[in-house]
Design a protein around this ligand. Structure first.
Ligand SMILES: CC(C)(COP(=O)(O)OP(=O)(O)OC[C@H]1O[C@@H](n2cnc3c(N)ncnc32)[C@H](O)[C@@H]1OP(=O)(O)O)[C@@H](O)C(=O)NCCC(=O)NCCS
Length: 164
């Protein structure tokens, strides 16, 4: 399988909204499922903030990166805000390729630190992030109540410039 990662375009909207709908689960996100017909791109996430993976020419996943705090003192930090791979294409290294490309792009742009939040039980996502150099910085214990259970929110980060 040929995997190519590129910046998203506005005409990826339908494919990305579909992947968001297909991949939502309470194991991956504390937010409610996207309502039917919800647009993928919006004020918070535009095409320039998203990298798309194509598997043999078909959009198979995405990673979105943005600023987490709108203050100048935090400009050197960027946050992974979304990562999803079409269930038909999981387990082929697309998640890793996306996160690696996102971190490399941030490094080239001079970003000092890339952060993210992941649910404690989301083992596949945590494996991808660890493989891409992210380390756990802290755990917000019992941060969410999901399906009646308290679930940890794990804070991870990498410093791409220092290649730690
Ligand atoms: C998480 C996700 C993006 C991974 O995509 P992917 O293309 O399958 O990722 P990769 O193939 O690059 O790597 C998956 C890794 O997880 C591992 N893995 C898969 N299921 C696992 C599990 N239940 N427990 C532990 N590791 C698991 C795989 O073995 C692989 O690790 P390896 O390369 O060391 O063998 C995808 O499963 C997904 O879209 N999940 C739903 C959305 C989500 O949870 N997003 C993250 C929000 S923070």
């Amino acid at each position: 399988m040929q995997i190519e990662v590129r910046t998203a375009r506005a005409d990826d909207e339908v494919a990305l909204a579909r992947i968001d709908r297909l991949t939502w689960s309470s194991g991956g996100s504390p937010a409610p499922p996207p309502p039917p017909g919800a647009p993928f791109f919006g004020d918070r996430v535009g095409p320039g903030a998203v990298l798309v993976a194509e598997a043999d020419g078909v959009v198979a996943g995405y990673v979105a990166v943005g600023n987490s705090l709108p203050v100048p003192a935090h400009r050197h930090v960027r946050e992974i805000r979304g990562l999803a791979v079409d269930p038909d294409h999981v387990g082929h290294g697309i998640g890793r390729a996306l996160v690696t490309a996102a971190v490399d792009r941030e490094a080239r742009a001079g970003t000092v630190k890339v952060t993210l939040r992941v649910l404690g039980p989301n083992a596949a996502a945590r494996r991808v992030y660890e493989a891409c150099g992210f380390e756990v910085e802290g755990v917000l214990r019992g941060e969410f109540r999901i399906d009646g259970h308290l679930v940890d929110d794990v804070l991870m980060a990498t410093f791409p410039g220092s290649r730690r």
